[in-house]
Ligand binder design. Structure first.
Ligand SMILES: Cc1cc2nc3c(=O)[nH]c(=O)nc-3n(C[C@H](O)[C@H](O)[C@H](O)COP(=O)(O)O)c2cc1C
Length: 208
């Protein structure tokens, strides 16, 4: 029987889902992962495990230096303005780096709201959506112009998605980073507010 990604928390109505700690001693070399990285748009009918989900989200936006709160990806001026939403058949969840947990934002299957019609997205177990949040820039030591903020957020999302692509490759998973997103549909489903900008989506599934 197929395991169900994030099944239990949604069934129990829980709003926050703790993720297992990432296993940083495991995995293949970065060179091997780079050799495997490629875009995949066809996946097996299979779930990714909660441990793989933990690794993917930690690669996307996790804290790798507890003492400073530093993350797995760089951020201009040290401002981590890009947030990561995880979209499964059970709901939309916001990743919380500090607690390495997911916060339930909306219950239901909104996977197709993250695409303008690429059908494989509705079948794949996971899509990440990278969202810039302009309020994060308010207290920066130098507040960049709006144009710079979009540029910096986009670069950060690119870096985050490549980290995910490499971890996924190392875990035997496939990914497709996507700029083609139904911005209105996902914004509404996730309850995004003014100042939040959808930058990039990334679909993840088990390779066939
Ligand atoms: C910014 C960006 C946006 C992309 N948008 C899409 C998309 O909307 N849909 C899609 O199927 N692939 C998308 N791709 C994936 C590219 O088509 C893919 O990376 C390219 O064909 C090269 O193939 P490779 O990744 O296997 O090397 C995007 C890639 C990037 C970097």
């Amino acid at each position: 029987m197929m395991s169900c990604l994030l099944c239990a928390p949604a069934a129990a109505g829980a709003e926050e889902v703790s993720l297992p700690q990432p296993q940083i001693q495991e995995g293949m070399s970065v060179m091997q992962a780079l050799a495997r990285r490629q875009t995949s748009r066809s996946f097996a009918v299979a779930e990714i495990s909660i441990s793989q989900l933990s690794h993917i989200l930690w690669a996307a936006n996790g804290i790798n230096r507890a003492e400073s709160g530093g993350r797995t990806n760089p951020a201009a001026l040290g401002v981590h303005s890009v947030e990561v939403y995880a979209v499964t058949d059970k709901g939309i969840y916001l990743y919380l780096p500090q607690s390495h947990a997911l916060h339930l934002v909306a219950e239901g299957d909104f996977r197709m709201a993250t695409t303008k019609g690429q059908a494989f997205v509705g079948e794949a177990p996971l899509t990440l959506v990278y969202v810039g949040n302009s309020s994060a820039w308010e207290n920066a030591r130098r507040v960049p112009s709006e144009g710079e903020q979009v540029l910096y957020d986009s670069i950060a999302a690119g870096s985050m998605s490549q980290s995910v692509a490499l971890v996924a490759a190392a875990e035997g998973l496939g990914t497709c980073v996507r700029g083609s997103i139904d911005i209105e549909a996902f914004g509404e489903a996730a309850g995004l507010q003014e100042g939040q900008t959808i930058l990039l989506a990334q679909t993840v599934g088990v390779l066939q």
